[in-house]
Design a protein around this ligand. Structure first.
Ligand code: ATP
Length: 507
């Protein structure tokens, strides 16, 4: 998908009340967004779908709602105070700030693109006789570009591992990377930048303690481990789930709601017997992929990315990547976090955070497998996949959001064909009957074709038209968003019919 389509998706989201820039009347706030009247419905529906699959459908998983503010020692124990950093670098001419690692990754990406361009050129030149695999593996230019890209990222990874910030700057200079704005190579030193937002608690600022806005929801679960285990009479293996806001002072904020400074996570920490974690890691990988596929988005839009370089707390980790309009990027992480977090909190708090296993008569710190997904990123995945501009048989163009019906903000629009002869009254009666169960909308303005287009643009799966025949025999026309097919059914059967169409696939 091109940049162009991505721009259209962003403006569609705004024009139709899904996503607005935050505090837009003051020109917005970078990487912060507000969800509008339809956006918040879609977001709620995705959250509900996650909660149902993770909590309601599992008798051994419970949900909590921990506070955003936590005791500051939490973040010392978790490693965030010391290690939740990104390396940043400023260009002295443009005064723009970049992530040093992102500059290098972009450089590598450009080399790979150059290699692809060589291949495209050769394809055109040689036509049918072109052997792409051979060209890829032997053409010196292709090999050189690819090697350059790979060397750049490999060296970067080694420098980051060694925390060699001077080396990182030199690497950027050696690669002759220029600022995309000023075009200059006038760089500052590289510094580590902590991504946590801090603020003060207390009524006076003197003596007030620095606290953080949580950068992930997971820690609210770890610190409540004993509370939930005891009060919920939980037996291992068991999980604790939560959805909620997280905050990161991202240096490079771009790509719309993909990378935000305030966002929402949906996380589940699954506590298991030490030694069992790989089995559960595999099983959660499988289950989480099924969750994505049950939305009806095709499998080729997803792929796995296994982490080669693991975080300090993990012994296995993989991401589910989604094919966003700007390419495959992380959507969800499945991590085997060992006993790192609970042990760290045990040490810092001096409180025992252990499970007594009645089967083995032993106490231990459980191991953890977590599934961590961004709600906003899932929104972007669903929304960008749903967006379609179609040229119809009559040559007109319709913009339709093919949102999975069970996630659509408005499920049913009720449209009286004319505004007289008692038809609006009948339409309103049908609307009120459906309102109990579904988000509905009434629209009597403009020609029917324009009303359909408005509903297509917000992804409403069903439009119901009321006409003179309804007055005679109490039947209505139901129109399907994707196929645009219409059929007549008795008004009394509407609710049951819609219910049957709105179920996600079973996971
Ligand atoms: P990235 O590498 O893209 O920064 P991450 O590996 O730091 O992401 P995690 O810490 O594993 O992300 O967080 C889990 C999930 O939270 C991610 O898979 C993503 O969906 C979501 N997420 C993380 N950071 C952001 C952000 N700044 N904006 C929106 N969603 C985010």
């Amino acid at each position: 998908m091109s940049d162009d389509i991505f721009k259209k998706i962003i403006s569609h989201a705004k024009e139709y009340g899904f996503i607005f820039p935050s505090s837009e009347i003051y020109d917005g706030l970078s990487a912060v967004y507000d969800y509008g009247q339809y956006g918040s419905e879609l977001k709620n529906n995705i959250r509900k779908y996650w909660w149902k699959s993770m909590v309601q459908m599992h008798s051994n998983i419970v949900g909590i709602d921990a506070a955003i503010f936590m005791h500051p020692t939490t973040w010392k124990a978790s490693g965030h105070v010391d290690a939740f950093n990104d390396p940043l670098i400023d260009n002295k001419d443009s005064k723009k700030r970049y992530r040093a690692d992102v500059l290098i990754e972009d450089y590598a990406e450009k080399q790979f693109e150059k290699a692809e361009k060589e291949i495209e050129k050769a394809k055109k030149r040689f036509g049918d006789t072109f052997d792409e695999a051979l060209f890829r593996s032997t053409n010196p230019r292709v090999l050189e570009y690819r090697q350059k890209g790979e060397d750049a990222t490999a060296k970067m990874a080694a420098l980051l591992d060694a925390n060699d910030l001077d080396g990182l700057k030199k690497h950027i200079e050696d690669l002759e990377i220029v600022c995309p704005i000023s075009g200059s190579r006038n760089w500052t030193d590289v510094r580590q930048f902590n991504l946590m937002f801090d603020t003060k608690i207390g009524s006076v600022s003197e003596g007030a303690e620095t606290i953080y806005l949580r950068p992930e929801t997971a820690q609210g679960i770890f610190v409540n481990f004993m509370n939930v285990y005891k009060t919920g009479r939980m037996k291992i293996p068991f999980g604790i789930a939560q959805t909620g806001k997280a905050f990161r002072n991202e240096i490079v904020a771009r790509q719309f709601i993909f990378r935000m400074r305030e966002f929402e996570q949906m996380e589940m920490q699954f506590f298991v017997r030490p030694g069992d974690e790989m089995k559960w890691y595999e099983s959660w990988r499988e289950e989480r992929m099924k969750w994505h596929l049950a939305m009806g988005i095709p499998a080729e839009k997803y792929r796995w990315h296994k982490h080669e370089k693991l975080a300090h707390y993990a012994n296995a980790a993989a991401d589910i990547e989604f094919d966003f309009p700007f390419g495959f990027k992380e959507l969800e992480g499945i991590h085997s976090r060992t006993d790192f977090d609970l042990t760290a909190h045990q040490t810092h708090s001096g409180k025992k955070l252990q499970y007594f296993d009645p089967e083995t008569n032993e106490s231990y710190v459980p191991y953890v497998v977590e599934t961590s997904i961004g709600l906003d990123r899932t929104f972007l995945a669903v929304f960008s996949h749903a967006f379609e501009e179609q040229t119809l048989e009559d040559g007109s163009v319709r913009t339709v959001l093919k949102i999975p019906p069970f996630l659509a903000p408005i499920k049913v629009a009720v449209l009286p064909l004319v505004k007289k002869d008692g038809i609006p009254e009948v339409a309103n009666k049908i609307l009120d009957d459906l309102r109990e169960d579904y988000m509905v909308q009434y629209d009597e303005k403009d020609a029917i074709g324009r009303r359909y287009r408005r509903q297509d643009a917000i992804g409403t799966p069903f439009c119901i038209t009321i006409d003179y025949e309804t007055l005679e025999n109490n039947t209505v026309t139901i129109r399907h968003r994707d196929s645009m097919e219409q059929r007549r059914i008795p008004a009394a059967e509407l609710s049951a019919y819609i219910a049957s169409e709105l179920k996600p696939k079973k996971t």
